[in-house]
Write a protein that binds this ligand. Sequence first.
Ligand SMILES: Cc1ncc(COP(=O)(O)O)c(C=O)c1O
Length: 378
Amino acid sequence: MTRFIPFSKPCSDDEEISAVCDVIRSGWWTTGPAVFEFEKKVIEFLGDESLQAVALNSCTAALFLALKALGVGPGDVVAVPTVTYVATAHVVEWCGAELLLCDIDYDTLCISLESLKKYEHKNIKVVMPVHMAGLPCDMEPLMQYCRDRGIKVVEDAAHSFGAKDRGIQTGAIGDAGAFSFYATKVLACGEGGMLVSRNRELIERARKLSYFGIDKRAFERYTSKGTWYYEVEDLGYKFNMDSIHAALGIVQLKKQNMMLEKRTKIASYYDKNLPAEIVRPFRRDSVSHVWHLYPVKLPEGVDRDQVFLGLREKGIGTSVHFIPLHRHPYYSPRFVAEHFPNAEKNYASSLSLPLHAGMSIEDAEYVISSIRMVLGSV
Ligand SMILES: Cc1ncc(COP(=O)(O)O)c(C=O)c1O
């Protein structure tokens, strides 16, 4: 069989399988005790009992509900970095608010405060920083800027579950934070997400909106002490997490430190051994990185697509994070690429190398030697 090192792969064993089987046997598959336990355990893991959490079926849902719970709607303005997954921007569009795209800091790939400041005249209601690749944004100056202007901060912490900036968990720095438990993420449920905040009212609003705006959850209606009556109090959605995904999350949470250790080991090996001309991901002393991704910058003049194809031929999966949003046909008519010089420069040379907890040092060495070979031939 030919060797293939996937770009990403969930890390699991029999424990995940038996946890899912337990839920199936329990007869309660939708939102219920496993989901509430997962929410509780995530808060314990984050180490801050003042946080509240609602488990959802995606980070996208968490971002959207955070905006809805903050009352974002037509006439409001929300700023996001142009280098992110489309989810961060689409949720703003779904609210009917005005979307502002900001450039990134070239080194960290996180939102550029300088770029945000250019929209000073715009009466921004919410900023959504993205902790790119698992590296926390420099949150202190951003929070200061936003607090001084009454701007709310919703952290897109899709990549950064467990990462800290100056000792504080990402997701718990702003007014609300959204985690992704999508299959490739540092904690994987297949699909899943969680919204966290210290604002109990915001979480309760999001919880109600996550299930049609109904005042009672199915679990409170269909169990032995349940009652059939419920009221629809708002135009809610169907974003609740089910027990099968939560069961996966509970097991993954127990392995979080082990999985992070493995990811960190591979990232450090890349750092030390990749060819000198490749620019490694940025590291900052005051943060802990969770290494969701390992995005490098290829040397100037090297054709990224040729490197991608060359590595694919050698059985190595890579990816690009991200095509800047202002380049997508849906968004491009509204934005001008020249306004995002750092995003453009990064996009030209960016390539994310395989990184997941199931990788061995031998795999990383194979990636490195293949890169040397491919760079020598393009
Ligand atoms: C930065 C960012 N935000 C949000 C999301 C959406 O996450 P989910 O797939 O859990 O909805 C992703 C998904 O990859 C992402 O990369």
